[in-house]
Design a protein around this ligand. Structure first.
Ligand SMILES: [Zn+2]
Length: 405
């Protein structure tokens, strides 16, 4: 997905397949928003007027900027999209949501970790939605639910917590928390009702709140960390550039296979044909080529005694088929595969966050005890008996090591 070495520290180089998956991720996210809103997707100019940015964020030191010598105007290299998102909505007298895509550039101190800690964060998805104050919380909840659906579809188990660990940006602040393969928690998305200070310089109506929801390509990195086998990445079907590989083990594409492929594509499957070629072990080679690109499912056609076959992944298995599978069968196979990916990652999530005691029930008085450092409360509120004293309480995420990212 990305080149083995960066362009410069903290600037990873994306390859074609990675960019295709990033595009799919954005489409998936936007489609999870559609049930409750009508999003517009934009990419703003990379040069953000410095004065507008500083009016909102103050004189932040983590940005790169230039001075346009001809115009004498200062600009910053897009470090965040919120200012331009709000300006875009105000200019059109719209409320949003506006989904800004593209990359964000910020200075980086210390080591880089590709897609986890970068100087240039791409893709960076940032939603701005202006909402009446009385509807702000329910709308933020709807976004959080959409984010959870999106990450779950990618085989990433997630819990949402309401936290005060980052209060300077907004209140409330929700974090979507998933886990690394070793079970440690990691933040996948942030959602805020922006704090009052970020309305500076804006003539927003008094009863409007700014909602800000964001995530980055780290989502794809976490998918890659969880989902792989000896053949390469096992991409969730929603973001695999090819969701159905077809290996044709014969001299040419028969009319039956061609017609079947057209039907699969009409059903929304991203099907790719891979001719097996003339060499020995040709079908195995063609399969490996598809698997290396993260392809979840392969149908094999022709090649001697078996007319058709299906190659499943997670785990890898081949099964003979009497005929070419119908689109419904392909969809069911992909849903089963996605579910197996999610279950694999969920066992790590349960081990790392639940059995470790990080996600636990706490009553108000035990939550005040410094021995139980509450990082955030699970949202929507989930009632649980306190693990320490048995009194009625709520589910909380405690973190002895403080903040995590
Ligand atoms: Zn208690």
């Amino acid at each position: 997905m990305i080149a083995p070495s960066p362009y410069a520290k903290g600037i990873p180089v994306w390859r074609e397949h990675g960019m295709a998956s990033a595009g799919r991720l954005i489409e998936l996210f936007v489609s999870t928003l559609r049930p409750f809103c009508d999003p517009t997707v934009v990419e703003h100019s990379f040069l953000t007027p410095a004065a507008e940015y500083r009016a909102v964020f103050g004189d932040y030191a983590n940005v790169y900027g230039i001075r346009d010598e001809a115009g004498g105007r200062h600009a910053v290299f897009r470090p965040d999209n919120m200012v331009q998102n709000v300006a875009w909505l105000e200019a059109r007298r719209e409320y949003g949501p506006l989904v800004a895509v593209g990359g964000l550039l910020r200075t980086l101190r210390g080591p880089a970790a590709p897609l986890f800690r970068d100087r240039y964060m791409w893709p960076a998805v940032q939603v701005t939605h202006l909402v009446a104050r009385k509807r702000a919380l329910e709308t933020l909840d709807a976004y959080q639910h959409a984010l959870e659906d999106c990450f779950t579809a990618l085989g990433l188990p997630v819990v949402s917590v309401r936290t005060r660990a980052l209060t300077s940006y907004g209140d409330p602040c929700y974090l979507a928390v998933s886990c690394l393969p070793d079970g440690r928690p990691t933040v996948l998305a942030t959602s805020y009702v922006m704090a009052a200070q970020y309305r500076r310089g804006r003539a927003l109506a008094e009863d409007l709140e700014i909602l800000d929801i964001g995530f980055t390509g780290k989502v794809i990195a976490l998918v890659a960390q969880h989902h792989w086998d000896t053949r390469g990445l096992r991409l969730p079907s929603a973001i695999a550039p090819v969701s159905l590989g077809v290996v044709l083990d014969g001299p040419e594409e028969s009319a039956a296979v061609r017609g079947w492929l057209v039907r699969q594509r009409a059903e929304g499957l991203r099907a790719a044909l891979m001719p097996a070629g003339e060499r020995r072990y040709r079908r195995a080679r063609a399969e490996r080529r598809l698997h290396r690109r993260g392809t979840p499912l392969i149908v094999t056609c022709g090649g001697g005694r078996e007319p058709y076959g299906i190659v499943r992944r997670a785990p890898l298995a081949w099964q003979q088929m009497p005929s070419l599978p119908a689109p419904e069968q392909i969809h069911a196979e992909l849903a089963g595969y996605d579910q197996r990916l999610l279950e694999n990652a969920r066992s790590r999530f349960e081990e790392g966050l639940e059995r470790s005691g990080m996600l636990t029930g706490l009553c108000p008085s035990c939550a005040d005890d410094p021995k139980n450092p509450v990082f955030g409360w699970v949202t929507p509120t989930s009632l649980r008996r306190c693990t320490h004293c048995g009194q009625p309480g709520k589910r909380a995420l405690v973190s002895a090591t403080g903040r995590f990212y």
